[in-house]
Design a protein around this ligand. Structure first.
Ligand SMILES: Cc1cc2nc3c(=O)[nH]c(=O)nc-3n(C[C@H](O)[C@H](O)[C@H](O)COP(=O)(O)OP(=O)(O)OC[C@H]3O[C@@H](n4cnc5c(N)ncnc54)[C@H](O)[C@@H]3O)c2cc1C
Length: 265
């Protein structure tokens, strides 16, 4: 869509080129260009910064905010990082075609903060740490569960830019199980859960069913149902893709299924 309110698109080459009042960040533009943006008259195109999309080190994986979904799922990862097999499942969970994957970015998905943002689920399940550039030149780090506070709500302050997501190698080596349900075959996720076996038990990331990502730690499979029951009632999300009570019900079933599968190993 043409955005007739936009007068300028700035293409910064370095951090210092970014205006301190960088109000509207343009990444892949797959959401920005999909609906009118009457409050915006200038876009800052952060893809011009040409960040390396993916950096693999002994400490883990650094995903630049501008890494596209396609780059994330088509890269080669160390064989022992078994959790990376779930990247493709997260891409498939988007109600978006392969064409959109070529442009849509990981950072754009996280900053848009839709409950069905599957890159949010991925980062939550794998202990992702977000690095955010502040307009004063400093950085701050945060977790995804702190960052996303509600549907299309984050802790991003004016002028802040998500720079990258770090996934630790230890989490990438662990066994993960992914489950998702939607009310239509190609529909937006109604519930998207990822479980991970840790050294002391399990962690379960619950997204799409709730208004913000929820991460729960479980000492044993028997703790699953009480933990899901303990999620505050107001967290269960209702939108045209599912009612809160349906989402709560299917989340309980998917959570038990995930933990049962992880417990088999
Ligand atoms: C057909 C279709 C289906 C879709 N299905 C889904 C779906 O199932 N789930 C879902 O979550 N989304 C979906 N989307 C929305 C969108 O395509 C994805 O969320 C995508 O990953 C957004 O990335 P982008 O790079 O295109 O973001 P953009 O459109 O460029 O930006 C999205 C928002 O994030 C901000 N932003 C982007 N990057 C940064 C950054 N680094 N720092 C600070 N702010 C930033 C922008 O200012 C804007 O507000 C769909 C879109 C289409 C067209």
């Amino acid at each position: 869509m043409d955005l007739h309110t936009i007068d300028h698109i700035l293409s910064p080459r370095t951090r210092t080129d970014i205006p301190v009042d960088a109000a509207a960040i343009l990444a892949g533009g797959t959401w920005i260009y999909s609906e009118p943006q009457p409050a915006i008259n200038r876009l800052i195109d952060i893809t011009a910064l040409k960040w390396d999309p993916l950096t693999i080190t002994e400490h883990g994986l650094d995903i630049a905010a501008t890494c596209t979904i396609e780059q994330l799922i088509s890269a080669d990862y160390p064989a022992e990082w078994g959790a990376t097999k779930m990247f493709r499942q997260c891409a498939d969970a988007l109600a978006a075609s392969i064409k959109v994957w070529n442009t849509a970015t990981v950072g754009g998905n996280i900053c848009l903060a839709l409950p069905a943002g599957s890159m949010i689920a991925l980062a939550a399940a794998l202990e992702g740490t977000l690095t955010i550039w502040r307009p004063d030149g400093s950085d701050r780090t945060t977790t995804i569960t702190e960052f996303v506070t509600g549907p299309q709500q984050t802790t991003l302050q004016p002028g802040e830019i998500l720079r990258s997501v770090h996934l630790p190698a230890a989490a990438l080596r662990q066994h993960v199980v992914f489950r998702r349900i939607s009310q239509a075959p190609q529909g937006r996720s109604g519930a998207l859960l990822i479980g991970r076996a840790t050294e002391t038990g399990y962690v379960l990331a619950i997204t799409a069913a709730t208004d913000r990502p929820i991460l729960i730690g479980l000492g044993s499979p028997g703790a699953t149902q009480p933990a899901v029951n303990g999620i505050p009632q107001q967290r269960w999300y209702t939108d045209p893709h599912g009612e809160a009570d349906w989402r709560q019900h299917v989340t309980t079933l998917l959570a038990q299924d995930i933990i049962a599968e992880l417990a088999k190993d």
